[in-house]
Design a binder for this molecule. Structure first.
Ligand code: ADP
Ligand code: MG
Ligand code: MG
Length: 866
């Protein structure tokens, strides 16, 4: 019985889940007739079984059988050369069902031993190559399987180069590499972890190491960041080696079938002559662009173009492929759907649909809605920018300003203080993932556009400049140098990932221009959208911006922000201090004038569209200066400060989030309620007289009981008598309001789910304090995601569903919206897409909400039976 080992030719029809992404891609390529070195694949099922039970019965027998099939296919014997035939060497590669670049360890040249090196040297006529292959195997095997630190091997290599007085590995002689190999062998022996000379022992050790690498911390971190399930397991590919380091007619490279940064059509990639596999990906030497092949190997270039076209037709998506050329012959070693920037994702989807490779519907579904704000990432304002200090490769577009940090640890330190950081490294490795994740931008001195730093930055949607060769980075000393110029940890840098330029200090940024292609994609998407999309906007500027992004109104206009202006706050304070009705009236009169003007401008910006105004929400003490300030001034004899201090002490709350705020405050200080509502109604009235079409709606925050709504409604009715009614609604943001939805619904025209507070109160956590534990909860898998970012469907979603169902039943004309932060998060939007009438998102997230809602509409119509 087959426990899960297949040759490429036997893997036809098996799933990606079983073969892993790498194995699946190789099997598909082989089937499409592309040149792929023979390989066997051990399935993820075997890995899962191993991790569960510690062994897989029958595994080794099967591997042995398939390995002899590989011997048959290649005409070579595993680990043993004969005459002019070199030994069969293999790579042992990991590959999970989901791409996890650089997260798992690959071993090359496996099967070599002291006898094999001689045979390889004889067969290739190249002893230098043979010893080089062996010392690489020893170092890789020593690290990945035997657990020695990579630096130990690097140090011995550096020491040898120093003794020989040479700068590059290439200048070492065959004898040097032989000596190095023996040093490695002796070191591993002395360490108590001798290198297994038997090729079969090597293979078993390597396969088990790949299984185990599923559990290594880097892989865990990556899975956590990308939300990849812990229980997928990895497949193992054992593949016949081909060599890119056999001379100038050999090499290795990475290709993209389209540009992953911009999405532009056409082959794109990098090539390193006379090099083996990992040299490109690791960014150790900076490779040359593929187009250079046109100068010295034009047939190879054309062959790669054909391969790219074939890959796209076969996989119907942009592919990122790895290849090696051995003495002029091309071999494909990997293909997968390429990671891309948001900008490239949109361009590729739209253009592929136009080329007829995919349908328009597929194009819409392919773009990750949450990535759209990245499209609107700012750029350096070229008119105001100084001379750049440095130029590297533009690896991930957008500009970023932040404090330079040189390590994960420093990135964490700055980020903990809420400071933006730019991670600066000689090059990045998977160990740097934490720092990269925390950074606004990434800058490296070495590596090309397909180096680790570039790939990960694009995946994270973070601007990056890589391969800035004039840069010298000294992480241990916390400094870097560019020519005579030095910058240290904490100094502010600006990087522009669209041009590759780097500036010292904070450079002015400008918003990027809207994307024509995105508009095209959205035009295809829109007919599938049922859910309305509004914006959360408190100013006319935000309202205009949101409208330009396609918002169909304002779902949440917060009025408290309007009180913080310099000329207004004194009147708010007078209102708080008022001792007589006259004093209160005077302060309110002033605030009324400001507020009416604000409402007019916002209603004008949203002319013809609904604007939901939320009455005052925060507790009053938020408008007072901090206590220590007041105490200082009061001591110095300031009378107003003295009065404010007394009020501030009286108003002080242990837990303001659950305190005297929202509807509680509005009902007990009804003059504020009346002032705000009158300002809104008066603004609308004046606009109507000026020929506009204002559509105001009013909403009360924080209710927990129908009585509160009744009382607020009565207050509103007084003014509706005078001005005529407007839609009156309530936020549903306390669990009790959701539970009593049936009683509240008949009293109002609409519900707006305030999912920020609803989440906080349902979980019993405060967003202001959750930073201390939430990230760790997510890290340790206690929560599958951060519920303050993405709506918790199970708990909060259940309350929401209940309120929707019971509210609608009690009031069939009830309108339903959502206005929390979740309103602009794609998965949350998809969750509410057929529950609610509209969602409301911050202006930059309006596009995300529109696309996500359309995608939900498409998926829903797809799953309709028949
Ligand atoms: P990763 O998962 O990090 O992409 P890979 O398994 O693709 O790791 O291996 C790393 C590098 O080793 C690749 O760039 C690939 O080109 C090279 N490599 C892997 N297998 C072979 C092989 N059989 N012959 C030649 N090079 C190989
Ligand atoms: Mg690879
Ligand atoms: Mg709230």
């Amino acid at each position: 019985m087959n426990t899960g080992v297949f040759l490429l030719s036997e893997a036809r029809g098996l799933s990606r889940d079983l073969l892993g992404g790498k194995g699946y891609g190789l099997a598909e390529m082989a089937q499409a007739g592309l040149p792929v070195p023979p390989a066997l694949i051990i399935t993820t099922e075997a890995c899962r079984r191993f991790l569960r039970e510690g062994a897989v019965p029958g595994l080794w027998e099967e591997v042995r059988a398939k390995l002899s099939a590989l011997e048959g296919l290649t005409g070579k014997r595993f680990g043993h050369g004969e005459g002019a035939t070199p030994p069969l060497l293999v790579s042992v590669r990991s590959g999970a069902p989901v791409s996890m670049p650089g997260m798992m360890d690959t071993i090359l040249n496996l099967g070599l031993n002291l006898e094999g090196v001689q045979a390889l040297a004889r067969a290739t006529g190249n002893p230098r190559f043979a010893w080089d292959a062996f010392r690489r195997l020893l170092a890789m095997y020593g690290e990945v399987v035997l657990g020695e630190k990579a630096e130990v091997f690097e140090e011995k290599l550096s020491a040898l180069k120093e003794r020989r007085g040479v700068a590059s590995d290439a200048e070492l002689s065959p004898e040097d590499l032989e000596e190095l190999s023996f040093q490695y062998l002796r070191h591993l022996e002395a360490r108590g972890t001798p290198f297994p000379m038997d090729p079969w022992d090597q293979l078993q050790g390597a396969i088990l190491a790949v299984f185990r690498s599923w559990q290594n911390p880097r892989a865990r971190t990556y899975r956590r960041i990308y939300g990849i399930p812990e229980d997928l397991g990895t497949a193992v590919v054992v593949q016949a080696m081909v060599f890119g380091n056999l001379g100038e007619d050999s090499g290795t490279g990475v290709g993209f079938t389209r540009n992953p940064a911009t999405g532009e059509r056409g082959l794109y990639g990098e090539y390193l002559r006379n090099a083996q596999g990992e040299d490109v990906v690791a960014g150790i030497r900076t490779p040359e662009p593929l187009e250079r092949l046109l100068d010295y190997a034009p047939e190879l270039y054309r062959e790669l173009q054909e391969v790219a076209a074939l890959l796209e037709r076969h996989f119907r998506d942009m592919q990122d492929f790895e290849f090696t050329v051995e003495r002029g012959k091309l071999y494909l070693l990997q293909t997968r759907s390429g990671k891309r920037t948001a900008q490239a994702a949109v361009r590729i989807a739209v253009e592929m649909a136009k080329e007829g490779l995919i349908t328009r519907e597929e194009a819409v579904l392919r773009v990750e809605a949450n990535a759209l704000p990245g499209l609107l990432r700012p750029a350096v304002d070229r008119d105001r920018a100084p001379e750049p200090i440095l130029k590297g490769l533009p690896a991930s577009p957008g500009a970023a300003v932040g404090h330079a940090v040189f390590s994960n640890e420093a990135a964490e330190r700055y980020a903990a203080q809420g400071l933006p950081v730019i991670l600066v490294r000689p090059e990045t490795t998977p160990e740097d993932i934490t720092g990269m994740y925390l950074s606004r931008g990434i800058l490296t001195a070495r590596g090309g556009l397909t180096s680790h730093a570039a790939v990960v930055a694009r995946g994270l949607g973070v601007p990056a400049v890589v391969g800035a060769e004039a840069l010298r980075v000294y992480p241990e000393e916390g400094r870097a140098q560019v020519g005579g110029l030095e910058f240290k940890e904490g100094e502010v840098l600006t990087i522009d990932g669209s041009t590759g330029e780097v500036y010292l200090g904070a450079v002015a940024l400008v918003a990027s221009a809207g994307e024509a292609l995105l508009q095209e994609l959205l035009a295809w998407a829109e007919p599938h959208r049922r859910l309305g999309v509004r914006a959360n906007a408190d100013t006319p500027e935000d309202a205009q911006r949101a409208r330009a992004f396609g918002a169909e109104g304002i779902g949440l206009c917060r009025t408290e922000h309007m009180f913080f202006h310099e000329e207004r706050i004194p009147w708010v304070r007078r209102l708080i201090l008022a001792r007589t009705p006259e004093e209160e009236a005077e302060a309110l009169e002033r605030l009324f004038a400001f507020q009416k003007q604000d409402f007019k401008e916002i209603l004008k910006a949203m002319d013809g569209l609904p604007v939901t105004v939320r009455l005052l929400d925060p507790p009053l003490h938020e408008f007072l200066p901090p206590l220590p300030d007041l105490e200082g001034k009061a001591r110095a004899g300031d009378e107003e400060a003295q009065a404010l201090l007394e009020r501030a002490k009286a108003l002080h709350e242990q837990n303001p989030m659950l305190g005297f705020r929202g509807v509680r405050l509005l009902l007990l200080r009804p003059a504020i309620f009346r002032m705000q509502l009158r300002a809104l109604l008066e603004a609308a009235k004046e606009l109507k007289e000026e020929g506009f079409d204002p559509r105001p709606e009013v909403m009360v925050p924080l209710v927990a009981d129908p009585k509160e709504v009744e009382r607020a409604k009565a207050l509103a009715e007084e003014l509706f008598q005078e001005y005529g009614p407007i839609p009156f609604g309530t936020m549903i943001e306390t669990p009790r309001a959701a539970l009593l939805a049936a009683e509240i619904a008949p009293l109002v025209d609409f519900f707006s789910f305030g999912t920020n507070d609803l989440t906080q109160m349902t979980f019993g956590l405060s967003r202001d304090d959750a930073g201390k534990f939430l990230p760790r909860y997510v890290e340790e898998g206690l929560f599958p995601f951060d519920p303050t970012e993405r709506l918790d469907e199970k708990g909060v979603g259940r309350l929401l569903r209940l309120a929707v169902e019971e509210g609608r039943r009690a009031n069939p004309r009830l309108k339903l919206g959502l206005c929390g932060e979740h309103g602009g998060e794609a998965r949350s939007v998809q969750f509410v897409a057929d529950l609610l009438d509209y969602t409301s998102a911050s202006p930059f997230r309006v596009l995300t909400a529109r696309l996500a809602a359309a995608q939900a509409g498409m998926r829903a119509s797809r799953t309709v039976p028949g």
